[in-house]
Design a protein around this ligand. Sequence first.
Ligand code: ATP
Ligand code: MG
Length: 287
Amino acid sequence: MDNKTIRLAIQSKGRLNEDSLRLLKDAGIDVDDAKRKFLGKAADFPLEVLYLRDDDIPGVVEDGAADIGIVGFNEVAETGAQVEILRKLGFGKCRISLAIPKAVDYTGLDWFQGKSIATSYPSVLQGFLSRRGISAEIRVIKGSVEIAPAAGIADAIFDVVSSGGTLVSNGLREVEIVLESEAVLIVRKDLPAGKKSLLDSILFRFDAIGESRGKKYILMNIPNDRLSEAFALLPSMRSPTVMPLAAHGWSSVHSVVSEKSLWETVERLKAIGAEGILILNVDKVID
Ligand code: ATP
Ligand code: MG
């Protein structure tokens, strides 16, 4: 690996694979999704992709075998790898929680005193229990942790939860959220100086995509005498763009609005006489 190429580790298959590849694609970095390949190359950016199991990504970045990586924060926490977290990426959101059989009467954390807990995250769990003064037996299981209580393997589990559906279908109830997680971009300590500008360029592109998330482009026609009311409803990057329409007394107003307040804003705009409202997706935002 030379200093003119940056090497990125991503999950080879699994929950983060697709979103990681999509983020790269949106950033104009096209890599082949060769599932059986170990190392890929981007066509239009000096970047190599190392496809790995997610557990291995933090360590490989720590060792410098990859320069950067995309992985769940939960894996960074569990491995304790000495890497720097550069960005939260907004996908792969989940939490690691303690869950117990739903019929059990839960009295608080003390319930776990002396119990056995099945998990794939022994280090995060041990840290949490020690901080809270609970001593419990940790049973490490690599997969299907959620079946442990029913199978008589453990009293409780400590596992990744997103919707909670898996817990419910296994007769379990989430009682303590210990760690909130999402995919993060990590970088090795002491990234060679020659690769810094490549990393900056990737960050610039990722940030433009992150900024665009949750934003919509809105345009509409407004009678000129209602323009000041429209401006009050449309906080924009600088201020809304206004263009006169050929029809006398009307203007076209363009702005960027947050998706959260989109429908409320649209209703208010209609109430002040806006017509022909168009709402478009925003791909990238560069401030
Ligand atoms: P690998 O084969 O790479 O080791 P895995 O089976 O350990 O894969 P996945 O199930 O693909 O891992 O999950 C990868 C990451 O996705 C998790 O570490 C977590 O950060 C995130 N994630 C988001 N939602 C969930 C969920 N409901 N269950 C598990 N992981 C989730
Ligand atoms: Mg894994």
